[in-house]
Design a protein around this ligand. Structure first.
Ligand SMILES: Cc1cc2nc3c(=O)[nH]c(=O)nc-3n(C[C@H](O)[C@H](O)[C@H](O)COP(=O)(O)OP(=O)(O)OC[C@H]3O[C@@H](n4cnc5c(N)ncnc54)[C@H](O)[C@@H]3O)c2cc1C
Length: 329
């Protein structure tokens, strides 16, 4: 097979939602290349999931199956996928940029003397070199976009950032399913899996909130949080945060917005002291209106903001709160 192979992700028989975003990326890349796209799902019994894929526009849907692949280990996945890729010989291997992929995909790429082009936020082709796509990654917390081009020979390994492609853009069609049984033995699996990583729990449902006031590292310290809490109260808004605030334990994890937190789409999202890293943006870019307050006028958040205030939040937020309180009284 030349063309594109997308490695989907599942846990306990349930898809990781980002797999279908990577699948949409794979189909679109294959169309640009004039090639075909296939997909693979790994596990001890992934047949039912591969059958689900047979209703997508794919050349083949592979069930990569072995008893030793029931519990995820990087050793098991690398060994199994290495064998599949050697047999199928794709030009491009696309994966969702999940925690699991981050764990095993660099080692998998290394087996082919390749690197993983990770965290890709866009794929484009140029007319004169349609067979050599350009993969876009962000550098320096989103301040720069960098273009990467793979130099053959060897498969090109790419992981796709959450929110870059739409899962609902996956094209339906038909695919032949095929079971691929890698040769694996217990002595190849050196990893001893611990507790799997858990995404933040969703006991606070931010998805239904019409107004969200979200706070980032610009707030400086936990003791300053009342400044934004007051604004949220005045607006009747839910309080949310970027990841560092939740990682520090200043707000509970369930208030985190982003790729490893909640995805929200309020009427108004007020981003205070948030730089606008891609992992945050993917969680809130569906907001109807975004107001950003940041002292760095070049902060990436301003690129998606409908209203921007370049200034010190410690001056602006209390004034804004006062103005809202006055207007309401
Ligand atoms: C696998 C992975 C998953 C991730 N998941 C998420 C996720 O789900 N959600 C998430 O948010 N992040 C996530 N991140 C982290 C993400 O990459 C960023 O590090 C994070 O979003 C940055 O948070 P921030 O904008 O609050 O902080 P910073 O990037 O440090 O930005 C702080 C901003 O505050 C501004 N500022 C400072 N002082 C003031 C002031 N006095 N007044 C006004 N502005 C001020 C600065 O100019 C700056 O722009 C993830 C990262 C990884 C690797």
């Amino acid at each position: 097979m030349s063309g594109v192979l997308v490695v989907m992700e599942q846990r306990s028989g349930a898809w990781n939602r980002m797999s279908f975003e990577a699948l949409a990326a794979g189909q679109q890349l294959a169309a640009k290349l004039g090639a075909e796209c296939s997909a693979a799902v790994v596990g001890s019994d992934p047949g039912a999931l591969a059958t689900e894929l047979s209703s997508k526009k794919l050349k083949k849907a592979f069930a990569v199956q072995h008893a030793l692949l029931g519990i995820y280990t990087s050793d098991g996945y690398v060994a199994a996928l290495e064998q599949l890729i050697k047999e199928e010989n794709p030009d491009f291997v696309l994966l969702p940029h999940t925690y699991q992929v981050r764990d095993y995909a660099p080692a998998l790429a290394t087996r082919f003397q390749q690197v993983l082009i990770s965290d890709v936020i866009g794929i484009r082709t140029e007319d004169d070199r349609a067979d050599s796509p350009i993969f876009v990654r962000q550098l320096l917390q989103g301040k720069l976009n960098a273009d990467y081009r793979h130099i053959p020979p060897g498969p090109c390994f790419v992981s796709i950032q959450a929110g870059t492609f739409r899962a609902d853009a996956v094209e339906d069609g038909t695919a032949a399913t095929e079971t691929f049984s890698p040769r694996l033995s217990p002595d190849q699996i050196r990893n001893k899996p611990g507790e799997p990583f858990r995404e933040s729990s969703h006991t606070v449902d931010l998805t239904a909130a019409p107004v969200i006031v979200s706070v980032g590292r610009g707030i400086g310290e936990e003791g300053n949080l009342p400044i934004v809490e007051e604004l949220a109260k005045a607006l009747g808004a839910e309080l949310a945060a970027s990841r560092p605030i939740c990682d520090n334990g200043w707000l509970p994890m369930e208030r985190q917005v982003g790729s490893s937190g909640q995805t929200v789409s309020p009427k108004l999202y007020v981003a205070i002291g948030i730089s606008g890293a891609i992992q945050h943006l993917v969680g809130m870019k569906g907001s109807k209106a975004v107001l950003a307050i940041n002292k760095d006028e070049n902060a990436p958040i301003f690129e998606i903001a409908d209203y921007g205030v370049a200034g010190d939040l410690f001056e602006i937020v209390p004034e804004l709160t006062k103005a809202i309180q006055t207007a309401k009284s």
